[in-house]
Ligand binder design. Structure first.
Ligand code: HEC
Length: 141
């Protein structure tokens, strides 16, 4: 390799590492959780994904009981389970997305008794907009 191509390679490597540093700082807000709070919080998140899975599977097989049970698990029960110490420190903008998300799961559970499967799919899609909105804004560290 001659000196010129070595210089080009170095420039590329430096450029790449600068780019990586910028993307690490991804512009989302840190929630400032303790390690223990984070473990519990992320476990609840995975449970919400499990609820979504159960709801979609239930819509696919038109199993109203499965939809309601899956939705209820991430409804008010989960909202009440957030430790008070953590809830008091969470920003209002976080709570403004999180609270209604649990309410929407309760709504899916109630409407699972009566609504068309297509309408339940629409409501599930709307609920998942909440997931996207919050994930775009916050980090659990
Ligand atoms: C009010 C805010 C908020 C809402 C609403 C929300 N999440 Fe999250 N979720 C987070 C944050 C913050 C993280 C951590 C992201 C990070 O640190 O990079 C997270 C992480 C996760 C993870 C990763 C868990 C792990 O073990 O790493 C999953 C899965 C997840 N969320 C699923 C969902 C689903 C599904 C929904 C909607 C039904 C949802 N979340 C709604 C804030 C939210």
């Amino acid at each position: 390799m001659n000196m010129k191509s070595l210089a080009v390679l170095c420039a590329l490597l430096v450029g790449t590492s600068t780019w990586a540093d910028e993307t690490t700082d991804d512009g989302r807000i840190r929630l400032g959780m303790t390690a223990a709070e984070r473990v519990e919080f992320l476990a609840e998140m995975r449970q919400m994904l499990t609820s979504i899975q159960g709801i979609i599977a239930g819509i696919g097989t038109e199993d109203r009981e499965q939809i309601a049970a899956a939705a209820r698990y991430s409804g008010n029960r989960m909202a009440r389970a957030t430790p008070t110490s953590l809830r008091q420190r969470l920003p209002q903008s976080f709570q403004d997305i999180g609270g209604p998300t649990h309410m929407m799961f309760e709504e899916i559970a109630i409407r699972a008794d009566t609504d068309d499967m297509a309408d339940l799919a629409v409501l599930t899609g709307e609920t998942m907009q909440q997931c996207l909105a919050c994930h775009a804004m916050f980090r659990a560290d």
